[in-house]
Design a protein around this ligand. Structure first.
Ligand SMILES: [Fe+2]
Ligand SMILES: [Fe+2]
Length: 237
């Protein structure tokens, strides 16, 4: 119930930002990179229905397809497919964190997203997401995926019909990711440790959420600053 109210509020705040679809695209690209790298690190780690490595690869491709959908909604395209990117750039997973294959010509640094925003810093305890071991990693991935599924469902109330249509299957995918990760954590950590870890990461989640308004204000002010800068440049030219 509390999560439903929080995601509803968050969905309202995010949709006030003029560039919220670009923000969601960047978020999905960040998750893609995290899953891709995790898949490379998960060699020989079993889960109860196959290898964790394969499950994470599958999730990485799914996250990339979400980024592609948000990208198309903003009028541009990610030039490569997720599967193509993984197979062609297999070795680059760890040293290629700058995305510049967007047809809009935009490029941005994906690495360091876990330490860029105040809310992310608080959530990850001022450490990088990659610095955690497998049990913590799966626990926070579960907490985030579950929350993201709910957040996208609430976002449906505030977005235009063309975005709604694309967003609904994405929300369902996030729920599937959450269920798969929950099962993998249960297999690796056992029931009691799983419950304890999820509780700890839920506490981190609520602490991080308290910082979201500050991040939103910062993003809002920087997008205002950016658009005034563009107008000024046009005026000068
Ligand atoms: Fe996603
Ligand atoms: Fe996901």
């Amino acid at each position: 119930m509390i999560d439903e109210l929080l995601t509803l509020l968050l969905a309202r705040i995010i949709t006030l930002l003029p560039n919220y679809l670009i923000l969601l695209k960047k978020l999905e690209i960040g998750v893609f990179f995290f899953c891709w790298r995790s898949h490379r690190q998960a060699k020989n780690l079993p889960t109860f229905y196959g290898s964790l490595e394969d499950k994470l690869k599958e999730q990485a491709i799914s996250e990339y397809s979400h980024a592609q959908i948000f990208c198309k909604l903003t009028g541009s395209t990610l030039n490569m497919t997720g599967a193509g990117l993984i197979s062609r750039e297999e070795k680059a997973a760890f040293d290629w964190g700058c995305v510049n294959w967007d047809t809009s010509g935009e490029s941005y640094q994906v690495d360091g997203m876990s330490t860029r925003y105040l809310s992310a810093k608080v959530f990850f305890g001022f450490r990088t997401a990659n610095s955690y071991g497998w049990c913590d990693r799966l626990a926070f991935m579960y907490v985030l995926e579950d929350f993201q599924a709910l957040f996208y469902k609430q976002l449906l109330y505030f977005v235009p019909p063309e975005v709604q249509e694309e967003l609904l299957p994405i929300a369902e995918d996030e729920l599937t990711h959450a269920i798969n990760i929950h099962a993998s954590l249960w297999y690796i950590a056992g029931v009691e440790r799983q419950q304890w870890l999820i509780f700890l990461w839920q506490v981190r989640k609520y602490s991080a959420l308290a910082c979201i308004p500050f991040d939103a204000l910062y993003l809002y002010l920087s997008s205002l600053f950016q658009s005034s800068k563009v107008k000024l440049i046009k005026l000068i030219n």
